[in-house]
Design a protein around this ligand. Sequence first.
Ligand code: ADP
Ligand code: ADP
Length: 237
Amino acid sequence: GLVARVQNLTKTYGRANDGTRVDALREVTIGVRRGEFTAVMGPSGSGKSTLMHILAGLDSPTSGQAWLGDTAIEGLDDTALTVLRRRRVGFVFQAFNLVPTLDVKQNILLPFDLDNRKPTASETFWIDTLVDTLGLQDRLRHRPHQLSGGQQQRVAIARALATRPDLIVADEPTGNLDSRTGRDVLTLLTAAVARYGQSIAMVTHDPIAASFADRVLFLADGRIVGDIPQSSPEQIS
Ligand code: ADP
Ligand code: ADP
């Protein structure tokens, strides 16, 4: 099955009549398969972030279709789309969007509060694994401004993974991290796929990060110019 897909997706920003028109994506058709780790690479401005936003249901196509699971995005009102996203998608973007008044633990548990529920025993076990692997044990009572940039990024990653959404959309999740911490993050993403069958779409410029993926998509000038399966990605148990 596919956890997200786009068909003939075109995304245009700006207007032709004042010279601001940009074709960010042109007729892109791809699906993210269940339990697949996809890396998305390509030069700056090639449309990677735009594709991530649309796959995650954060932005809508100019033309073409997008689905999250079996649900077409087209025609959903904002409330329905928000509920769908909250249930199915975890995001790791460059702006961490941590809540400044909440401590680390509260930020990580926020998706459960928004869904009006408490973590199950199994989710609690997974959250403990996230906190340990990301080295946040000693920072649970700290607020975001008391953390380094790298630590804030790790909190955002823990929050995105906590509810084990079908789809994790990550825009350069290892971008600000040293190589050791970056490797820990990739370990967690790989574990999320292997243990829970989650799917990941991850933008990266780092060939080492991409080597952990099952599949690498290459974008150039708003088009998919490569879609390469990796038969033996880096394996971490
Ligand atoms: P990438 O993530 O590969 O760097 P983006 O998806 O951010 O590429 O951008 C693709 C193209 O769309 C670029 O030319 C960029 O300038 C343009 N673009 C992205 N977002 C906007 C926006 N909100 N308004 C206008 N142009 C945009
Ligand atoms: P990183 O390599 O993760 O970016 P830094 O070198 O920025 O880490 O930070 C090192 C240590 O200093 C971290 O343990 C962090 O918690 C602490 N620290 C960084 N900024 C602040 C701050 N504004 N207030 C309190 N502690 C901070």
